[in-house]
Design a protein around this ligand. Structure first.
Ligand code: AMP
Length: 304
């Protein structure tokens, strides 16, 4: 297995300006895995409840995702309720029920513990840290994501975790909240000071900016005519980003730049329908075509 991911696996209740879903498959690890599966082999660590639909496991396995690290526990699957109002870029959390994630203790097989890439998707940073500590060998690259809830209630643990990862992927608002900086480059600098060698700051329909020690790179969002459901855009971005890096097995400035565009490509598909409906049924040629549209979107001539 190339990439191991831990993070929420959820049933979400979501309302967007276009419509409403009472209970759709979601969760940070779910979006990440499906997105990354178009590029490389992925294994998931996490927990679901008795209410988890076997068809959802089948969908993950149809993408060649290793679900042997998904435990089924007594109780209910993680549940998130959110809505998007006029600002389609920012989810408003109405309710978060950790349910079976409340007391989940991760167990890693030998294959899990030796994955070359590790993504610590959004979930309690204490759990992210446990998975990182349980690795037998330090992966070539470790990245993580987080959100305002964990910055509010678990900042010391989150800061410890961030000091140990290579790349932090985070929303603009959350980067500002985490660092106390109002200006994006200052927030990125403060994140890099915490330990990572790069950070990707996600800005919804305005794209994402990658900051390294000595460079920065702006990846636009694809100018879609209609966004149906932004849920999972960030995790789908992360799946494309890490999936590409794992597929080329290179983490340098050039590959990080390309990875950011692959991330934007996958995020642009994720928001075209509710939940995973769009990204669970994609072809490699659709991905290539949209990636090439990004090349065109950002093409310009040097000043002579
Ligand atoms: P995003 O890519 O940021 O839109 O992430 C969307 C997913 O994050 C949803 O499917 C939710 O189930 C999940 N989520 C929401 N809140 C949390 C939380 N506090 N911890 C982990 N996952 C969450």
């Amino acid at each position: 297995m190339k990439i191991l991911v831990v993070g929420s696996i959820a049933y979400d209740a979501v309302e967007t300006p276009v419509g409403k879903r009472e209970s759709q498959l979601g969760g940070a690890a779910t979006y990440f895995s499906v997105s990354a599966s178009y590029f490389t082999d992925v294994g998931m660590i996490g927990v679901v409840g008795e209410d988890f639909d076997p068809a959802d496991i089948e969908m993950l396995e149809s993408h060649n995702i290793d679900t042997s690290g998904l435990v089924k526990a007594d109780g209910k699957t993680f549940r998130w309720t959110g809505e998007y109002m006029e600002d389609i870029n920012t989810a408003v959390t109405l309710d978060t029920q950790l349910n079976v994630f409340g007391d989940f203790e991760p167990e890693l097989s030998e294959a899990h513990a030796n994955a070359r890439y590790l993504f610590l998707a959004n979930i309690d940073p204490a759990l992210q840290l446990k998975v990182l500590d349980a690795m037998d060998t330090r992966p070539k690259m470790v990245a993580n994501d987080t959100m305002n809830l964990w910055i509010d209630i678990a900042k010391p643990t989150l800061t410890e975790l961030i000091s140990k990862v290579d790349t932090l992927l985070i929303n603009e608002e959350e980067a500002k909240q985490l660092t106390g900086e109002d200006h994006l480059p200052d927030a990125a600098k403060a994140i890099i000071k915490l330990g990572p060698s790069s950070t990707v700051i996600k800005r919804g329909e305005y794209g994402a900016t990658l900051f390294g020690n000595n460079f920065s790179f702006a990846a636009p969002a694809y100018p879609l005519e209609r966004v149906i459901d932004p849920t999972g855009a960030g995790d789908s971005f992360a799946g494309g980003f890490m999936g590409y890096l794992a597929s080329v097995d290179k983490v340098d400035e050039e590959s990080l730049r390309t990875a950011a565009i692959v991330g934007s490509t996958m995020a642009s598909f994720a928001v075209e329908d509710f939940g995973l409906d769009r990204i669970k049924n994609m072809t490699k040629s659709e991905i290539d075509e949209r990636f090439n549209a990004f090349v065109d979107l950002t093409r310009f001539n040097p000043l002579t």
